[in-house]
Design a binder for this molecule. Structure first.
Ligand code: SIN
Length: 322
């Protein structure tokens, strides 16, 4: 069933009907977690107040939680910039590492500066791994394949997880997926983590996608869910074991990462991310996120790309290494 539905939505000619697509952006939230939220939202990670969030659950997919874009526009820009400019640097690992294409370990700068090969190199980026590096062959994490996890992404994930009832969540590994308009991700389950009781948090930015959510078996008919920029998918409990995949990337309905006319950039936003390693990074981001000219390269990238940050806890609660 999974395979057939995947093929159906991937189909170009004739294009699939989107009649059965679940589009949470047009629905009112039934559950209001915000009122029972455990902590105050700290807007330093780019989130709106949790009292404004629209959070959904699906009756026959226990543990699946969908948060309809809880980010501010500047918040979305922040995470887009982090994913393309910073998370693509060492110590993080990229699919491109094996090709030897990146000369000085800085993919983004090389893409911007190389007029001949830059756009080709840009298209070749498919994933980055952070923290405990995912091993694509063995699917087994190793302590020797671990680097520090970005503190800002850990802080964001702690806040989001707390709001939906997982205050103990600790972000220890992430895969950042970079999609182009013709990319797909075949259906799979994520089971490498020792701790499958901890939720998996999945943040999307840029162009939209169809997300297929199946069950434990490939025979189960999956649901097709629309994911737009800023949306967060959480797979916890039973649904943490479910097959899922991306058969189609679609043009975004709106560029929700573009600043609203009255949106002010506040220093508040970046200061607590002194969490972050390097004050120079903060300074340049300050400019890049709000100055249209400096934002332009990011805009160009995201106008034909989708980015997904897939964050996991690897270790059992209370354990600090494998
Ligand atoms: C994944 O399951 O690894 C990524 C899903 C997504 O891109 O939304």
């Amino acid at each position: 069933m999974l395979k057939e539905t995947f093929k159906y939505y991937k189909r170009k000619c004739p294009p699939p009907s989107l009649k059965e697509l679940i589009d949470f952006s047009s629905k009112d939230s039934t559950e209001n977690y915000a009122t029972s939220c455990l902590g105050q939202i700290n807007n330093s990670v780019g989130l709106t107040p949790s009292s404004e969030w629209k959070i959904f659950q699906l009756e026959d997919k226990p543990g699946f939680i969908f948060i309809s874009n809880p980010f501010t526009s500047i918040g979305q820009r922040y995470w887009i910039c982090r994913c393309v400019k910073h998370y693509t640097r060492k110590p993080n690992r990229l699919n491109l590492d094996v090709h030897g294409d990146i000369k000085d370990g800085d993919w983004w700068t090389q893409c911007q500066n190389d007029y001949e090969q830059g756009s080709k190199l840009m298209e070749k980026l498919r994933w980055a791994t952070l923290g405990y590096h995912h091993n694509w062959d063995t699917k087994v994490y190793k302590e020797s394949d671990r680097d520090p996890f970005p503190e800002d992404l850990a802080a964001l994930s702690k806040q989001v997880a707390s709001i939906v009832g997982f205050p103990q969540f600790s972000a220890e590994a992430a895969i950042v997926n970079y999609y182009h308009m013709d990319s797909t991700l075949s259906c799979h389950t994520d089971h490498s983590e020792l701790n499958l009781d901890a939720p998996l948090l999945s943040y999307s930015f840029g162009q939209s996608a169809i997300f297929l959510l199946g069950g434990r078996s490939k025979e189960e008919k999956p649901l097709a869910i629309r994911i737009d920029s800023g949306d967060i998918v959480i797979m916890s409990g039973e649904s943490r074991h479910y097959y899922h995949g991306i058969p189609l990337i679609m043009p975004a309905k709106q560029s929700s990462w573009n600043l609203k006319a009255n949106e002010e950039f506040s220093d508040e936003f970046l200061r607590p991310i002194s969490l972050m390693e390097n004050p120079e990074i903060l300074d340049s981001m300050h400019q890049e996120l709000q100055n249209d000219k400096l934002w332009e390269p990011f805009e160009k990238y995201i106008s034909t790309s989708r980015i997904n940050m897939n964050v996991r806890q690897v270790l059992p609660f209370g354990q600090s290494s494998l």
